[in-house]
Design a protein around this ligand. Structure first.
Ligand code: GLU
Length: 566
């Protein structure tokens, strides 16, 4: 399901639940257009999607609609239900309804991970609660060391849509360089920034509590040198623009920090603007200017940015701007997963053949969690649980998996799979085994098995000797034969027979399951019953007595899935 389809489905469910089970495509689209202005250009396609999705949703019972809305779209629930489920955030300090402007500002040099998702989810929630604005801003002004990945921009948007994060405005910093230059001209005129042409020496001087003599030169000199920088008079490192702070600041990194520097984009072209610019703002400078110009009222980011906040305040002071409210959250870890960009990059470049890509299920990127079968809703629930806490937090895998299991359990179809299939010959009369797709839904599939037919039974179940084959019959297992005793359920109950899954050999589907475990990825090969063929890639299923999976790939009738969790 695409991000847009998900949104349409959510609103259709909400509309249906509100109106006794029947949604109207027009109301659905108009709600979407008002909550998601960024989708307005796609209105026509959305109307089309809404027609078919509403039809589908209207076919469900009201109970089913309610359950789906709660389990998958809790961000669309009425506030009352949200409070009950603990999906609320503490009040935002100093927030005024209608005036809250927040932003998520990823660096598109890689895909986003669970830790990055926190400010994204939390900020968009606050924008929703306070009827404010949410901004998505790509911070891509370091073509040299944090070279943007051209595919990451769209991948990040896609991840955010999937997470249910919506935004009202979007900016890309590399498209705004002229703005950063013109603000700098103003800062230079105000005497609170300077061009340092001392090169390495300038850095050394600051390290020792002194500074490059250029700091004391006239405003005219500064402005001329700045234009020289822009004209390409200087090479990399020969001139930088610094914000005047305190050359003796106890933290050397704060001392007259660099706001703009020269990057040889002929050698390190930027993926979006190539080598058009050679003077590039640093993160700290660009972020201060943009947060101000975009009217950001609250900055929510990790505690690792505390020193940056201190640095950025010098820009506000210089320009006479009112600073936003800064909120620093603790670090967030996902137990047992690799979240760090550099670590993931390192692993992928050192041993690409051992990983399935940046979305390998062993990583904590959003794409990886999605590929593994974790629901956006489970991630939202986990993140809302830590909210804007200042202390470090670890989301345990057991917790995330248990939330996910609760959500999936209500909707994932059950399919039989044998991980260690051992062929047995069935002996007995013909039986039409009827197996429900889900214990709470009436739909069933029928598998016909007659004497002499072969079925697969899991190796581990053979020693049980007498079992109930799910939906089929009670049998005795012996010497490669499964001999029918009866179909009587009471008999199975009385004898406390284990109900086991089984797979008819005819029409059995080859299924390979990747089971992630720490840094290992085990491969389990087995057979699933023919009903597996009813599902497409990206379906989430529960394999009876095995665990939850997400179908990852289907190639010529061979299925590959990832074990989400047990
Ligand atoms: N681009 C910065 C980052 O990804 C944003 C930090 C901030 O929110 O200011 O860490």
């Amino acid at each position: 399901m695409s991000g847009v389809e998900r949104i349409v489905r959510g609103y259709a469910l909400r509309n249906a639940v509100k109106h006794g089970g029947k949604a109207r495509p027009e109301s659905v689209v108009s709600m979407i257009m008002s909550d998601h202005p960024e989708l307005r250009p796609q209105a026509r396609a959305i109307m089309e999607a809404a027609r078919s999705i509403v039809e589908e949703v209207n076919r469900l019972t009201l109970e089913e609609q309610k359950r789906l809305l709660e389990s998958e779209y809790s961000e669309l629930l009425e506030d009352r239900v949200r409070v009950e489920r603990g999906l609320t955030l503490p009040p935002l300090p100093g927030a005024v309804e209608g005036r809250v402007v927040v932003r998520f500002a990823p660096n598109p040099d890689f895909y986003i991970h669970l830790g990055n998702a926190r400010p994204a989810i939390v900020c968009s929630e606050y924008a929703r609660i306070y009827k404010g604005r949410m901004i998505l801003r790509f911070e891509d002004t370091d073509p040299r060391t944090k070279t943007p990945l051209v595919e990451a921009y769209e991948a990040i948007r896609e991840d955010l849509r999937w997470l249910g994060v919506s935004w009202h405005e979007e900016y890309v910093q590399s498209m705004r360089l002229e703005i950063f230059y013109s603000v700098m001209r103003e800062a230079l005129s105000r005497g609170c920034a300077y061009v340092d042409t001392c090169g390495d020496e300038g850095k050394k001087l600051l390290a020792s509590g002194s500074y490059c003599g250029d700091r004391d030169r006239s405003v005219e000199w500064q402005l001329e040198r700045f234009e020289d920088m822009l004209r390409g008079v200087y090479g990399e490192g020969e001139a930088v623009v610094r914000v005047k702070t305190d050359p003796k600041h106890p933290n050397p990194s704060v001392r007259d920090w660099v706001a703009l520097r020269i990057i040889d984009t002929a050698r390190h072209p930027h993926p979006l603007v190539g080598s058009r610019y050679i003077v590039w703002p640093t993160y700290n400078y660009a972020v201060s200017v943009d947060d101000h110009l975009m009217g950001v009222s609250h900055v929510i980011r990790g505690r690792e940015h505390e020193v940056n906040t201190e640095k950025q305040l010098y820009v506000y002071k210089c320009m006479g701007w009112e600073p936003p409210v800064f909120i620093h959250t603790g670090r967030l870890k996902l137990e047992g997963f690799i979240l760090s960009k550099s670590k993931i990059r390192d692993l992928l470049s050192k041993s690409p053949q051992e990983f399935l890509g940046y979305d390998d299920p062993r990583f904590g990127t959003i794409a990886a969690l999605r590929r593994r079968g974790i629901l956006a809703e489970a991630i939202r629930e986990a993140i809302m649980g830590v909210g804007i806490k200042e202390t470090d937090a670890t989301i345990s895998w057991a917790n995330l998996a248990s939330v996910n299991r609760r959500l999936l359990d209500a909707r994932a179809d059950r399919i039989m799979f044998t991980a260690n299939p051992v062929e047995h010959v069935y002996e007995g009369e013909c039986v039409d085994a009827e197996i429900p797709y889900h214990p709470e839904r009436p739909q069933k599939r029928t598998i016909r098995v007659c004497g002499g037919d072969k079925i697969f039974i899991d190796r581990g179940d053979i020693e049980l000797k007498e079992v109930r084959l799910m939906g089929m019959a009670n049998v005795k297992i012996e010497n490669g034969k499964a001999t029918m005793i009866s179909r009587d359920l009471d008999y199975a109950r009385k004898k406390k027979l284990q109900i086991i899954q089984w797979v008819p050999a005819r029409g059995a589907v080859k299924l390979t399951i990747y089971k992630p475990e720490g840094l290992k990825l085990h491969k389990i090969k087995g057979y699933a019953e023919p009903a597996l063929k009813e599902y497409k890639e990206d379906s989430r299923l529960q394999l009876v007595r095995f665990g939850f999976i997400r179908i990852d790939k289907i190639v010529e009738e061979e299925y590959t899935a990832i074990l989400t969790h047990e």
